[in-house]
Design a protein around this ligand. Structure first.
Ligand SMILES: [Zn+2]
Length: 224
């Protein structure tokens, strides 16, 4: 019995790791690393989401999450993406965040650590942000074009100028497009299996590996 049990251990561990992989694929939503809910929001029982508004935080990732948590700031956004790719959530999708004036009611706001006048957004940041946009588009049936994925500066009546001239719209829309195409082709999850299965540790790479465009263009495309 002892030797049989020893033989079973690696098999069971492998099957458990397979289960973990399959379980993570289903929602195809990037994992939220930090949930720091903001009091600055309008609660709804559900709403139509038609737009994604891109912002620059004009500060650090942690500073932005703290500012949104502060009732005195009277501002918030749904998501904040750090330069290292971490994803924070301050307002649930169904609730209205206070980030873009006239567009608040029907939009999701995504902040990006950094400054509009400096630029310097990282590859990890563009990819994680595009991934959450891709997921939002699929989840809420938001049209995929620049009329519906827009900068704060493009919101009618906006007094802000972010994300600014350094934001690479062509790259951003390309990453979202790549993700959407893979999902439409049913290969979102396939990407993940190829990347994750070689790992001997169940759960390893669970937050950094990924779906869709997260792996796009970095050498893991041989399974297309
Ligand atoms: Zn803004």
């Amino acid at each position: 019995m002892r030797s049989a049990q020893r033989c079973l251990v690696p098999v069971v561990a492998f099957l458990l790791s397979l289960g973990a992989v399959w379980g993570q694929q289903a929602p195809n939503r990037p994992p939220v690393n930090d949930t720091v809910l903001s009091p600055n929001k309008t609660t709804t029982g559900g709403r139509a989401i038609r737009y994604i508004v891109i912002h620059t935080a004009e500060g650090s990732y942690q500073g932005t999450l703290s500012w949104f948590k502060n009732p005195a700031s009277r501002v918030s956004a749904h998501y904040t993406v750090a330069k290292d790719g971490r994803l924070g959530q301050s307002v649930l999708d169904k609730d209205i965040a206070w980030h873009a004036g006239n567009a608040n009611r029907n939009s999701i706001g995504i902040e990006h650590e950094g400054f509009a006048r400096h630029g310097g957004w990282t590859e990890a940041q563009y990819r994680k942000s595009a991934w959450i946009s891709c997921w939002l588009i699929r989840q809420y049936h938001i049209p995929f074009d620049r009329k519906h994925i827009l900068g704060h500066v493009e919101v009618p009546g906006a007094t802000h100028t972010d994300p600014g001239p350094h934001w690479d719209w062509a790259k951003y829309m390309q990453y979202v497009d790549e993700c959407l195409k893979r999902c439409q082709a049913g290969t979102c999850s396939g990407k993940r299996i190829v990347v994750v299965l070689p790992s001997p540790q169940p759960g390893s790479g669970s937050s950094s590996g990924a779906h869709c465009h997260e792996q796009g263009g970095n050498g893991h495309n041989h399974d297309d």
